[in-house]
Design a protein around this ligand. Sequence first.
Ligand code: NAI
Ligand code: MG
Length: 395
Amino acid sequence: MSKRTIVLMPGDGIGQAVLPEAVRVLEAVGFEADYVHGDIGWEFWCKEGNPLPDRTIKLLEQHKLSLFGAITSKPKPEAAKELAPELQGQGYIYYSPIVELRQRFNLDICIRPCKTFKGNPLNFIRRGRGEAIEEPAVDVVIFRQNTEDLYCGVEWTNPPDQVYAAFNTHPKMKNFANTPKEELAISARILTKKATERIIRAAFEHAKQYGYTSVTLCEKPNVIRETSGMMLSIAQAMVKEYPGIELWDTNIDAQMMWLTKNPETYGVIVCSNMFGDIVSDGFSGLVGGLGFACSANIGQDMAVFEPTHGSAPKYADFAVSIVNPMATILSACMMLDYIGEQAKADKIRQAIATVIEEGQVKTYDMMKLRGSPQALQQGAASTTQITDEIIKKLR
Ligand code: NAI
Ligand code: MG
């Protein structure tokens, strides 16, 4: 097979520290690829008024495969202030480039696995019967619809008259009749049948391929009847095509409570955008948190892989980086799975599992230290050192 070209977009803050580590591991496992650099993030917003320059879009269109670190987003007024003086006052508006990427390239399927590594000191434990302490092994994969729902960006404060009039055709708007229009903020939750079918299909296919016996639709159809209701009815129809896989449906609120009661019960979970965001952060907390949380954004013919965490600016300027690169390395493994290099991905995951289980080399988060440069003197491994250890296990 011809060599792949991977667009590397380190982005901001700790994205710049963790992404090169993932590449080192890919090289060490014998994965052959060419890498090109893609500009993205705050620097390009400030200098060019665009955090996702067209040249990066072109690289992605050409190569269709990318590893991404993280970006920094700031609220509108702050973003405007940091623009280069010659760009100020010209109507530039900041949008998160990763949200933009997902929508522009219709990377509508977000996959977020949360799997316990044996021996991880950050694993969730709970009280069992009597004095027993239990450490349930979590193996959950969250499928989050990535482009629609409340994150679709269709929203207004003080909506235009037409919009206001349209809303007022709904009988439930009578509850807002006494509120002046200027005091109304509206964010639309929009779901399409096509994208909903795609995410639910992806969830069932994953369950089938990897032997999960349940797919849980986590929504709130008893209250949000139209959108969550559509998801449920599509899932109920689709499960018939998957003998041996059960469809469970849970409400998002109850799911967050069950998260700590019986997380080991769940397999594949499928959600709309916001509930998927919430549930995946929740589950990631049971298996080590942001240092371990990996993800994939997959479209029809393009995919971007990234750790779930952001740019963690507090940690960005340390002389020696202390953040955990495993989330990014595990995201690179998801890329390998996606392109049919699963054996190499499994080898890397096994190396990570061995480093964690041996417990000799740990980053500050695994040692439950405060994230300061002193963590290194207190025995924490640096970003580079833990990567070195993972690479040693690959040999
Ligand atoms: P964050 O994920 O950057 O950091 C939150 C905390 O998690 C950190 O302070 C640190 O304690 C911990 N953490 C994160 N990554 C870690 C790692 N690899 N190893 C160990 N600990 C780690 O989220 P925060 O502070 O809310 O946002 C910072 C910036 O990142 C913001 O500008 C935000 O908009 C952006 N962001 C970007 C995302 C993306 O690029 N996809 C996602 C989330 C936030
Ligand atoms: Mg999130």
